[in-house]
Design a protein around this ligand. Structure first.
Ligand SMILES: O=C(O)[C@H](O)[C@@H](O)[C@H](O)[C@H](O)COP(=O)(O)O
Length: 261
């Protein structure tokens, strides 16, 4: 077996970063962004294939997920993925029209939805055409409850099969920003919030995001390596570190983010 060195602070194994992927408990370190996108697409296809019936995913915005979506929109995933039984929701969205450059829905439509045979009825964007972020949040909560078939989340029956998340430099995930009141939300599934630039956003809350069979953080780049090390240490100042899904949590990162390149 190859000798591995481990950073005592982060717990990250410094196993060959040039390998396609290495596993350390639920941490997978990929050579680069391209390898991560490929590995995540392969992993997602595996999870979707194993699941019978509807396969429900909460999508994230951000640059790293975009590479995954583009990979899923190309062979072999474009044909092999069970699109007809896949339902897509969003973990968060900016309160902007769906054709706005800042819209997470627009990004997913361009990178993925317009290129794969997913039925329109399986796509569940946040309805940002509403009168206010609050009405959009309420409408999205109703949509999620209708889909789930109940108004209370049962731990043994997660809302999502997979929730994809990113990690902001300040430790935010979805639109759960440090110090925000929504971090204490225990009942609502969806909330209206504002980001540091005071742009209104709609975000799933911890109870909804945690109602996931599998949560996967996708994080890349040197600029994320310090915050990712803090996440690995479980630094409770980071909203991302406070997420405890009912299922398993994975972290897919590239070698730069892991600090081993
Ligand atoms: O829509 C968004 O921007 C997401 O809500 C946000 O939580 C994102 O995932 C992180 O900011 C990381 O984004 P990057 O992957 O682009 O760094």
């Amino acid at each position: 077996m190859t000798a591995r060195t481990r950073d005592p602070a982060t717990g990250i194994s410094a196993a060959e970063p040039e390998a396609a992927a290495v596993s350390d408990r639920k941490l997978r370190i990929f050579r680069d962004r391209g390898a991560l996108a490929e590995g995540a697409a392969e992993w997602l296809l595996g999870v979707a294939t194993e699941k019978a019936g509807a396969f429900t995913v909460a999508l994230s915005g951000g640059s790293t997920p975009r590479a995954l979506y583009e990979r899923l929109a190309a062979p072999p995933y474009q044909e092999a993925f069970p699109w007809a039984r896949t339902h897509l929701f969003w973990g968060d969205e900016r309160f902007v029209p769906h054709n706005d450059a800042q819209s997470n829905f627009r990004m997913a439509r361009e990178a993925l939805l317009s290129r794969v045979p997913i039925p329109a009825g399986n796509i569940h964007p946040v309805p940002t055409q509403g009168a206010s972020p609050e009405t959009a949040a309420a409408a999205y909560q109703h949509e999620l409850m209708d889909y789930y078939g109940a108004e209370a989340l049962a731990p043994e029956r997660p809302l999502f099969d997979v929730t994809l998340l990113g990690l902001g430099a300040d430790g935010h995930t979805a639109s759960l920003f440090p110090g925000a009141a929504v971090l204490g939300e225990q009942h609502s599934w969806v909330a209206a919030v504002a980001d540091a630039k005071n742009l209104a956003r709609i975000t799933l809350t911890y109870p909804a995001l945690e109602s996931s069979r599998l949560v996967v953080f996708l994080v890349t780049g040197k600029e994320k390596s310090a915050v990712f090390a803090r996440l690995r240490r479980g630094d409770r100042a980071l909203p991302a570190a406070l997420l405890h899904p009912v299922g398993n949590l994975w972290q897919f990162v590239d070698a730069e983010c892991a600090g081993i390149s």
